[in-house]
Design a protein around this ligand. Sequence first.
Ligand SMILES: [Zn+2]
Length: 197
Amino acid sequence: MNHLTLHNYVPKTALTNVNELLNRFHFHLKIKSNRKTKHGDFRPLKDGSFQITINNDLNKYRFLITLIHEIAHLKTFKESRKVKPHGLEWKINFQHLLLPFLKPTIFPEELLPIIANYIRNPKASTDSDIKLSLALKQYDEKSDKDYIFEIPLKSMFKYNNRIFEKGEKRRVRYICKELKTNKEYLFHPNAEVELVK
Ligand SMILES: [Zn+2]
């Protein structure tokens, strides 16, 4: 799998950071069809290379968290082979690797405090953290659309068959202008829109 296809799986705003990690830690990344027992895994291969697999049906936030979880295994494995898979060394690596992604341009704002709390003492599976699991589940609906919070300022988008331009945020909502009428409307950050190119 090359870096180009990755943009279908992680938030677009995370791509630069993700590509940096892919260049820093060399591994084969495979996208697998749904396995009920796990979201992903890490494995050293016989030839000395590394493989990370991630399920293809994860929403982009869970995909990103799972990818970082597995990269943390790789980093921990390279540092020492004598530590527990989800021990302290892995936890610290996971925290350090995930922290740069905890920004409101990458994750919905309501998820940020929940993820921040989760990585203080992460478990083997995101599903063992009920709060995080429930919060992530809200985004499970597969969709080609983007959330308003993640598209660039001034970009044009389609919503209910009308074309708008994204404007500044006022308190919690974005002020967007309908192009046809020049009228301003307020949009919730998680409104799903279609970018107009
Ligand atoms: Zn793990």
